[in-house]
Design a protein around this ligand. Structure first.
Ligand SMILES: NC(=O)c1ccc[n+]([C@@H]2O[C@H](COP(=O)([O-])OP(=O)(O)OC[C@H]3O[C@@H](n4cnc5c(N)ncnc54)[C@H](OP(=O)(O)O)[C@@H]3O)[C@@H](O)[C@H]2O)c1
Length: 266
């Protein structure tokens, strides 16, 4: 899609969560290059403000910052209320985090927070942006799923379950909202080089860059409802696709065991 067509279809504003780092930041950068005005959401105000200033200078766009915790109910609802009046043509829901290790030992508060940020906030923002998009008869939503979304993943059971929620939400909305002119896309990467793994206590092997994830995903937007960016996610995704679910869980047990081997005692 040419830049002017992209802008017509998904402009004038994009709301990008998780924009201070990793995949969300790469999306924001790519969207700025395409001329969309941006509202950047994450908790770290300083990083967001500096990034917004760079994007304004570099791409001559309008760029606003909302520094807040999406796991905080009040902050989330305030953001939704404010955004419901804004002409958001594209939502990129990239904020999220993972946990890993023995379920018996992870923190209950972290697991609950993960459900709030990875699932609750994503659904609330879809619900906020959809009515305006439907009214205008155009728009898009990119929801960050993962390769772990398609089966249970021991030692990251709750994280995988949050991504299964996002994947299922995106699949349903893609079908339901297409008649309103809204393109919904689930983005299911494999390992990506970002701050994610450190925060999740995982060690990744081969990774794909955040810019490839953004680039392949925005290329797929409007063409299909699922994109697997990067070689590894395609290889794993397509080779596991026909395997019985129980076998996929066993394979994921091995993969996650390798990713958390450095914390074997936990
Ligand atoms: N990296 C991978 O290997 C991988 C693979 C598949 C899927 N994904 C998914 O991709 C998404 C982005 O991951 P990433 O790799 O970009 O991770 P990342 O580098 O750790 O970035 C996560 C982003 O989310 C924001 N965030 C986290 N908790 C938040 C909260 N409570 N409120 C507001 N913002 C919050 C962070 O900003 P602040 O810290 O400033 O709040 C940061 O901007 C996640 O949903 C993840 O599940 C990642």
């Amino acid at each position: 899609m040419r830049t002017s067509q992209f802008l017509d279809r998904y402009g004038p504003w994009a709301l990008v969560t998780g924009a201070s780092d990793g995949i969300g930041r790469a999306f924001a950068s790519d969207l700025a290059n395409r001329g969309l005005n941006l509202i950047l959401v994450a908790r770290r105000a300083g990083i967001l403000s500096e990034f917004a200033r760079d994007l304004r200078l570099r791409s001559n766009i309008e760029c606003e910052v909302r520094a807040l915790d999406l796991g905080d109910s009040k902050a989330l609802l305030d953001l939704c209320k404010e955004m419901s009046d804004r002409p958001i043509g594209l939502l990129v829901a990239a904020a999220g985090f993972g946990t890993s290790g023995a379920f018996l030992q992870t923190s209950t508060m972290d697991e609950l927070d993960q459900i709030d940020v990875n699932c609750r906030a994503v659904m609330a923002l879809c619900k906020t942006c959809a009515p305006g998009m439907a009214q205008r008869g155009r728009g898009g939503m990119v929801l960050l799923s993962s390769i772990v979304a398609f089966q249970g993943v021991p030692r990251a059971s709750n994280y995988a379950a949050t991504k299964a929620y996002v994947q299922t939400l995106a699949e349903g909305l893609a079908h339901e909202l297409s008649v309103q002119g809204i393109d919904v896309l689930a983005c299911a990467p494999g390992p990506v080089s970002s701050g994610f793994a450190d925060r999740a206590g995982m060690r990744l092997g081969a990774t794909v860059s955040t810019s490839i994830v953004a680039q392949e995903t925005l290329h797929a937007l409007g063409k299909r409802s699922l994109v697997r960016p990067g070689f590894l996610s395609k290889l794993l995704g397509y080779s596991l696709m026909t395997a019985p679910r129980s076998l996929r869980v066993r394979i994921m047990t091995q993969i996650m065991s390798g990713m958390t081997a450095h914390r074997r005692s936990s």
